[in-house]
Ligand binder design. Sequence first.
Ligand SMILES: Nc1ncnc2c1ncn2[C@@H]1O[C@H](COP(=O)(O)OP(=O)(O)OP(=O)(O)O)[C@@H](O)[C@H]1O
Ligand SMILES: [Mg+2]
Length: 241
Amino acid sequence: MTVNPPLPWALAAEDLRVVRHKNEILKSISFSVKRGELVGLLGPSGSGKSTLMRSILGVQAITGGTIRVLGQRAGAPFLRNRIGYMAQSSAVYLDLTIEENLLYFAGVLELPSSEVIRVVDQVELAALANRIVSSLSGGEQIRVSLAIALLGSPPVLVLDEPTVGLDPLLRRDLWRTFEDLADRGTTVVVSSHVLDEAARCGRLLLLRNGELLFDTTPRELLSATGAATYDEAFIRLIEGA
Ligand SMILES: Nc1ncnc2c1ncn2[C@@H]1O[C@H](COP(=O)(O)OP(=O)(O)OP(=O)(O)O)[C@@H](O)[C@H]1O
Ligand SMILES: [Mg+2]
C-alpha cells in the first residue's frame, strides 16, 4: 500500500516563463515556498514582481513551465477562495463605507457577514467601519484592501506592495500583521522595493530583469554582498555586481 505524503509546498514554480509582446518578462523561474512561510518578493520597478504574483493567482498567461499553489495548477477552481490578493492599485469602492465594501466582497465570496466584523477587527478599523473610503487616509485605505484579502481566512496571501507610501510606524505594524498571519500557518508573499523592511521575512526572493537573482535569507544576503545595510545590499545586487 502506498501512502501519499502530505504536500509540503504552498507554492512551487518550475521553469516559469512569461513572454509578452516578444519581451521575456519572467525568465525560467523556479522556487518553492512552504506553508506558513513569510516570503519577501523584492526587485526594482519592472523586474516582474506583479507578473509573478498574477501568475500565482492564475490570471497571467504563462508561456512555459508550471506554477502550482497548494498542489494545484495556478488558476484551478479549487484555489478560488484560497488565495487572498491585494493588488498594487486599489480595488476598493471609494464611494462606499468600509463596511459596505467588505459586505460586498463577502457576498461575492458567499461568506457570512460575521466575517466582515472579524476582518475589520483584524486590521483595527472597527471604529471607522461606517466611514466612506474616500475620506480615509492612505494607510487606512490600504488596511481596507488588506481586510478584503483576509476575508474567509485564505491559506495563501499575495500582497503586492502593501506598504508603499506608508510611514515607518504603519509599515512596521503591517509587517507585524504579516508575521502573525504566517505564525498561524498562512503562507504570505509580500512584494516591496524596500529591502530594509522585507528583512523581517525569513526568506527573500530577489528578482532582477525577470530573473530570480537570489533565493536566500536576509542575513545571507548581507554576507553575500558584504554590505553593511540592506539598502546597500539591494543596490549592489541590482547594479549587477
Ligand atoms: N500588459 C503588458 N504588456 C507588455 N509588457 C508588460 C505588460 N505589463 C507589464 N509589462 C512589462 O513587464 C515587466 C514587468 O512588469 P511588472 O509589473 O511585473 O514589474 P514590477 O516588478 O511589479 O514593477 P513595479 O515595482 O513597478 O510594480 C515590465 O518591463 C513591464 O513593462
Ligand atoms: Mg508591480
